[in-house]
Design a protein around this ligand. Structure first.
Ligand code: F6R
Length: 238
């Protein structure tokens, strides 16, 4: 696992954008694994800028997102699909039929998503953020690592944290569908971006702690081609 520490969050995100841009330049029909959350937004802004400058063509690109809430419509402004439209897809020349975001409320639907990823030859490059507790995707601390795309019950703390995006706590989804750790490890390259002091403990555990499903990101140390990009604050405990 390689670690690069940058002075600012913008630099860490730009470095991730460069890796994605290089992948797209090298292989026009790349399969990208994408993440939501606040961390990757500047990275998507850079990719949009590269596209507008005529440097990146998304016309043959396929994408698979990590996760989605269960039980809310794709058009709901807080769905991860709507997030991706707003922050990336609406601004580049990607073909709508090449965009994939998991959906459904059963593990069987998750298995179909995995089948689709396999049918596209697997993910070339996977973008990840990280939760304060070391979660990746919606893979929260657990007793065992998960394999494929599956449905998870959200913890009360996640539901409470998400309440600010909804009109009431009742509207906050209680379940989500997420790629598993196995999906993430199957990507040919993994790029994790972590910025801000709130991620410092998670980055410390990821780099130096025991490899354990209690800190899901620690498993990335077993990946042969994983890059961690942080700002100074997220690396402060190393
Ligand atoms: C999002 C995702 C999550 C986030 C993580 C960090 O698709 O899979 O694991 O990457 O919760 O979120 P932010 O970037 O908002 O701190």
């Amino acid at each position: 696992m390689q670690l690069h520490i940058f002075d600012t969050p913008e630099q860490a995100c730009r470095a991730a954008a460069f890796l994605f841009a290089a992948q797209i330049t090298e292989k026009a029909d790349s399969v990208l694994g994408l993440a939501t959350g606040s961390t990757p937004i500047p990275c998507y802004q850079d990719l949009i800028a590269f596209h507008r400058q005529g440097l990146l063509d998304f016309s043959q690109i396929t994408t698979f997102n990590l996760d989605e809430y269960c039980g809310i419509d794709y058009k709901h402004p807080e769905s991860y699909h709507a997030f991706m439209d707003r922050n990336l897809f609406d601004h580049v020349n990607i073909c709508r039929e090449n965009i994939h975001v998991p959906s459904g409320e059963t593990d069987e639907e998750g298995a179909k998503y995995d089948e689709m990823i396999r049918a596209h030859g697997g993910i070339d490059i996977q973008l990840l953020g990280i939760g304060r507790n070391g979660h990746i995707g919606f893979n929260e601390p657990a007793d065992a690592f998960s394999y494929g795309t599956h449905v998870v019950k959200l913890t009360q703390s996640t539901i409470d944290a998400n309440a600010r995006f909804f009109n009431s706590i009742e509207e906050v989804p209680k379940k989500a569908i997420t790629m598993g750790i196995g999906n993430i490890l199957s990507a040919r390259k993994v790029v994790l971006v972590a910025t801000g002091a709130s991620k410092a403990e998670a980055i410390y555990q990821t780099m130096r702690g025991d490899i354990t499903p209690q800190v899901p990101a620690t498993i990335l140390r077993t990946h042969p081609n994983c890059v961690i990009l942080t700002d100074r604050e997220a690396a402060a405990k190393l």
